[in-house]
Design a protein around this ligand. Structure first.
Ligand SMILES: Nc1nc2c(c(=O)[nH]1)N[C@H]1C(S)=C(S)[C@@H](COP(=O)(O)O)O[C@H]1N2
Ligand SMILES: [Mo]
Length: 251
């Protein structure tokens, strides 16, 4: 079941404060929480290294940043609820993390900005035949997933976006190998500025070893699942469903 955008924002406004601002300080200062978090991350990273190694996508220098970075696919989200969030700087917005997790979370943008940040200058490659280099900043996805605590059955992280393309909701997914890769971040800043609407405000995925269509913009919800079957047309992403693009869009 997909939670409607309106419903999501409603939960965000009501639930975010109580769950996080109340819970988070306590969690962060608890040694056992930090221990549990480290353990969960370690387990997934060991799995990842065994499978794929921890090869990094190439990173570039400030001087390499492209003067123009084309926006592609959806250039905005006409939905009035999204527009209201955009106008308020996403002050009442919260990212929902749910599905196969121990603790579903509603994470305000301020919380994501307050986590340890990673900054990386990388090249985005779109299958339509263009590339551009930008600097991205945000928390690692692994940090956010560890805060929710994955259930043992979780295999995929699915990103539900606010926009629709060709009448269908945009979504994407990665496996836990890429979810816990150090360069996989929930970017809220691009070239030192908060993400604008064309590039996916308030947050977009950067999963740097894969192609442009995997870099989901306008992420509202991250759902942990054991299978991609039964979700939309089962391809694990909008373009995978619509055009048969490879689910693993490796570069
Ligand atoms: N939500 C959402 N994410 C998306 C898309 C989209 O249309 N909607 N387009 C994808 C494609 S094909 C590309 S190349 C990049 C474009 O990102 P940009 O607009 O920042 O250049 O976003 C990807 N993520
Ligand atoms: Mo693309």
């Amino acid at each position: 079941m997909i939670v409607s955008r309106r419903g999501l924002i409603g939960i965000g406004a009501a639930g975010a404060g109580s769950l996080l601002l109340g819970g988070c300080d306590k969690l962060n200062s608890s040694d056992s929480f930090r221990g549990a978090l480290g353990g969960a991350t370690g387990l997934n990273q060991r799995t990842q290294r065994f499978l794929m190694g921890d090869s990094l996508a190439k990173e570039f220098a400030e001087a390499d940043i492209s003067p123009v970075f084309k926006a592609n696919g959806s250039l905005g989200v006409p939905d009035p609820a999204y527009q209201a969030q955009l106008a308020s700087g996403f002050a009442n917005w919260a990212l929902r993390v749910d599905g196969l997790v121990k603790q579903p979370l509603m994470l305000p943008l301020s919380y994501l900005k307050g986590l340890a940040q990673r900054t990386q200058i990388t090249r985005h490659d779109c299958v339509e035949g263009w590339s551009a280099i930008a600097k991205w900043q945000g928390p690692q996805l692994g940090t956010v997933l560890a805060a929710a605590g994955l259930l043992p059955t979780a295999k995929y992280a699915v990103f539900h976006c606010a926009d629709t393309l060709e009448g269908a909701p945009y979504y994407e997914s990665v496996d836990l190998t890429d979810a816990f890769h150090p360069q996989t971040i929930l970017a809220w800043a691009m070239n030192g500025q908060p993400l604008g609407e064309p590039h996916g405000a308030p947050i977009r995925l950067r999963v740097e070893r894969q192609l442009g269509y995997k870099q989901a913009k306008y992420i509202m919800r991250i759902e942990l699942r054991d299978t991609l079957a039964g979700l939309y047309r089962g391809g694990g992403g909008f373009w995978e469903d619509a055009r048969g693009y490879q689910w693993y869009g490796g570069i």
